[in-house]
Design a protein around this ligand. Structure first.
Ligand SMILES: Nc1ncnc2c1ncn2[C@@H]1O[C@H](COP(=O)(O)OP(=O)(O)OP(=O)(O)O)[C@@H](O)[C@H]1O
Ligand SMILES: [Mg+2]
Length: 502
């Protein structure tokens, strides 16, 4: 067993089968730590739920008051400070008997020594994978690396939730490092990131990762027209009627047959519609609808990035859409890419992958119909069906309350960092299994870089300190002062140019 922390004491209501208290003889004991002790059933494992200081000299309000009123301090008159004790309160989590973890059904005996839990027992208790797990941090107060089994984490979907600035993107970068560094013989996934703020571009500049990381800028993202169907176009225009869709299908198939082997873009489709024999009202509407798509500049002669470039094992593709302003255009990128990846995976054309979506509440918002958020339907579909094909989502959001509950409820593992908005906390409490009220309270007091994992990836809610990242941080973001100075320099140059011109 680990270091000795104290001894079980006898109180009115405990020790019982679910809790006990112990006097702390080693001031390394901390709230949240895991402890072990011998019981008649085997080795009991428990969590310190709180630490209380007691002193019997100060128990009775009237005697403290009387002494103080007489101008005498209790600590001067009596050896009161020697009677201050620390008492740990612990909740039992289970008992190891013959290597198996069982529910405890019998109390520990008063007088039993309480020890810090050993690392291998803890690792087993949480269901960590010390061998080939993804190492994302350390268990708080224990020197135990948190190595999460990749299958358990990505068999279904993952949600990373926290308020702004709590460390979601940092934790995601750490996860990506682990996925990219993973040995081929342990099984590698492809990683595709929808990078809304250009935060992950540092990977492509870092000598350690750049060979396995590619960036595609939003302005270069293209939907290859010769491959799209009327269905795909209808995904972007939810208001399209079935008559219009049928007509578009007819037109596209005859156009594709005519232009077989050639490349063409949406402008060519528009011309084709214009010259067709379609009834004038339908033609007019189809033309207007497709013209609005053409104006997004998202369509081209071929797909960029092509599928075989984005979905490679151990490789990451960063779709940096930070240069795109229009939310609908960003949603179109997400819609097209996630549909394409999902279908290719379903046909086993690409390896298992994880699609990381930053600001997921903008792509699958709760309470907004499909017309208002075109990417919502496909994200919910992958959330529901993706696990059958190892098509995994990692949804990141600072407003969990605005994120589709259908999608969130399919995320079987939640990584939660600091959240202090009461509505979001309530929502997390309702949507994350295993989050009890004392765990919820702790979430609002987490510091930057401290996280809680709940759900299928771990057997028990686990608080951890996220490890330091190894990859280069994005250099694109500049500090405020630097941005002000840059702006000033730029204005000065403009002035000089103007003077030179005059
Ligand atoms: N584990 C950590 N160790 C050290 N620094 C951290 C850690 N996590 C986050 N930080 C720092 O805290 C700041 C905010 O982190 P980050 O950008 O990851 O937050 P976020 O939750 O993604 O915020 P937003 O919602 O605005 O995107 C960054 O400067 C980051 O470097
Ligand atoms: Mg972020």
């Amino acid at each position: 067993m680990g270091e000795l922390l104290g001894t079980v004491i006898s109180k009115d209501t405990n020790p019982n089968s679910s809790e006990f208290a112990f006097v702390i003889t080693n001031n390394k004991a901390r709230k949240g730590q895991f402890v072990m002790l011998d019981t008649a059933e085997g080795k009991m494992i428990a969590r310190i739920s709180d630490i209380i200081k007691t002193n019997r000299y100060f128990e009775r309000a009237e005697s403290v008051q009387e002494f103080e009123r007489a101008g005498k301090s209790l600590t001067e008159l009596f050896p009161a400070d020697r009677w201050e004790y620390l008492v740990g309160e612990a909740v039992t989590l289970g008992v190891y008997s013959e290597e198996k973890l069982m529910r405890s059904s019998f109390p520990a005996s008063p007088g039993t020594k309480v020890h810090m839990a050993e690392n291998d027992i803890l690792s087993n208790f949480f269901g960590l994978d010390g061998n080939k797990g993804l190492e994302i941090g350390k268990v708080e107060y224990h020197d135990l690396p948190v190595k999460i089994n990749m299958t358990k984490l990505f068999q279904k979907h993952l949600a990373i939730l926290a308020m702004s600035g709590a460390g979601k993107s940092y934790l995601t970068s750490v996860l990506m490092e682990e996925l990219m560094e993973r040995q081929a013989e342990h099984g590698q996934m492809a990683v595709i990131v929808i990078d809304t703020h250009g935060e992950y571009v540092g990977f492509a500049e870092d000598p350690k990762y750049r060979d396995n990381a590619d960036i595609v800028l939003g302005k270069d993202f293209k939907i290859g027209v010769p491959h799209i169907s009327a269905n795909t176009i209808a995904q972007f225009i939810p208001s399209m009627s079935s008559v219009q869709k049928r007509e578009l299908t007819r037109l596209l198939s005859s156009m594709y047959a005519e232009k077989k082997g050639q490349t063409f873009n949406l402008k060519d489709v528009l011309d084709y519609i214009d010259e067709s024999d379609t009834k004038s009202t339908t033609k007019g509407i189809l033309y207007t609808l497709l013209l609005s798509l053409h104006q997004t500049r998202l369509f081209g002669n071929y797909d960029n990035p092509p599928l075989d470039k984005i979905a490679k094992p151990g490789h990451m593709t960063i779709i940096d859409i930070s240069d795109m302003v229009n939310l609908r255009n960003k949603q179109m990128v997400v819609t097209y890419l996630s549909t394409k990846l999902f279908e290719a995976r379903r046909a086993n054309k690409i390896p298992p992958y994880v699609l990381v979506i930053e600001e997921a509440h903008n792509f699958a918002p709760e309470g907004i119909r499909a017309e208002g958020a075109i990417s919502k339907r496909i994200i919910e579909k992958i959330a529901r069906e993706g696990r059958k094909f190892n098509s995994c989502l990692c949804l990141i959001s600072q407003r969990p309350i605005n994120l589709s509950t259908t999608a969130l409820s399919q995320c079987n593992t939640h990584m939660i960092l600091r959240v202090n908005n009461p509505y979001d906390l309530k929502h997390i409490g309702e949507s994350s299994e295993g989050v009890t009220s004392d765990v919820l309270k702790t979430i609002s007091s987490l510091r930057v870089g401290e996280a809680l994992i709940v759900g299928e990836a771990v057997n028990y809610p686990l608080f951890l300190k996220v490890r330091k990242r190894k990859s280069k941080k994005n250099e694109r973001g500049t500090a405020l002062e630097e941005a002000c100075l840059n702006f000033r320099k730029q204005e000065k140059l403009k002035d000089e140019d103007l003077q030179a011109f005059i």
